[in-house]
Design a protein around this ligand. Structure first.
Ligand code: GLY
Length: 318
């Protein structure tokens, strides 16, 4: 495919939450995000379609132990890792997801497989059965830092609402944390979104993340959005679907982000989101202290790491 229909657009996130640990923390996260932006944007320029680009971006972010998805996922209260991921093809308006899966390297691959299945969202036992059926090699996504973090949190009786975006303790000062997400508009104007997470950390068994729900990851032919932050807050705002539908109903995506984040802020939510609309406008927003997002707008790479520590939204016009 040649790039005749338009310029590809790409935005990714590596989580949202409490503050980064100084400039060093921001630089490390920026490095990780920019590597993924470079790799995925190169492929988009060679004609990769939106859905495949989202899968590639999610895999790269899942493989980076800095982020809370795939390798480096946080542990749940019982010391196990259970991951969730979803993929939505905007133009086909098709959602697929996997909930609380263990021992796989790339949960987004399971969501990819389920795109062409009659049963498109699988959880727990069904998810594990699919892993066996696809004969995926057993993989342990546990990192030493996450184990140390869990041991410390267990001593504190898991009193945190969510694992921090970047570690607050010296012990894990180089570990980044956060759900990951990728939103793409390809050269043909097709939209897709993907989100993957280890959950919010230290949760009870059976808790279901927003990341494999349309509340946390949603796309149509008009807009695509991926969310991050506290899943319960995202679900109660139905944030991704809310922003996309507002765009369909005529608000520019920047206005849809502004309105949705003002409302979320009034309700004291702790969350963030990234999105792109059919015109190629890129948008982001957060109520959390930080949103770890980076984008390629066709001309330059930028990021949201230096945004003020308060509610805010931003956009790059097409
Ligand atoms: N947003 C990730 C989670 O709460 O599971």
């Amino acid at each position: 495919m040649s790039i005749v229909d338009g310029q590809p657009k790409l935005i990714i996130h590596g989580g949202a939450g409490s503050s980064l640990k100084g400039e060093k923390g921001a630089d490390l996260v920026r490095q990780s995000l920019y590597q993924v932006i470079d790799a995925v944007y190169d492929k988009l320029l060679s004609g990769l379609d939106a859905k495949s680009a989202v899968i590639l971006g999610c895999q790269l972010l899942e493989d980076d132990p800095r982020f809370n998805a795939g390798t480096g996922s946080v542990l749940q209260s019982d010391g196990q890792i259970r991951m969730s991921a979803s993929l939505m093809d905007g133009n086909a308006q098709r959602f697929s997801g996997i909930i609380n899966v263990s021992r796989v390297q790339n949960p987004i691959q399971l969501a990819q497989f389920l795109q062409s299945s009659d049963d498109r969202v699988l959880s727990d036992n069904g998810a594990m059965e699919l892993v066996r059926e696809l004969q995926l090699p057993a993989y342990d996504p546990l990192t030493k830092l996450r184990l140390q973090e869990w041991i410390l949190e267990r001593e504190g009786n898991f009193d945190k609402a969510m694992a921090g975006v970047v570690a607050e303790k010296e012990l894990v000062s180089e570990a980044g944390r956060g759900t990951i997400g990728v939103v793409v508009r390809d050269a043909a104007g097709q939209l897709a979104a993907g989100t993957s997470t280890g959950g919010k950390g230290f949760e009870r068994i059976g808790r279901v993340s927003d990341s494999a729900m349309p509340a946390g990851n949603y796309a149509t032919a008009d807009a695509a959005v991926s969310c991050t932050g506290i899943g319960e807050d995202i679900i109660e705002e139905c944030l991704a679907a809310r922003i996309v539908i507002r765009t369909t109903d005529g608000l520019p995506i920047s206005g849809a982000f502004d309105r949705s984040f003002r409302e979320a802020h009034q309700r004291n939510r702790d969350l963030g989101a990234i999105g792109i609309d059919a015109t190629g406008t890129i948008a982001w927003g957060k109520t959390s202290e930080v949103l770890l997002a980076a984008y390629h707008d066709g001309e330059t790479i930028g990021d949201t790491l230096d945004m003020a520590r308060s509610m805010g939204t931003g956009s790059r016009l097409a």
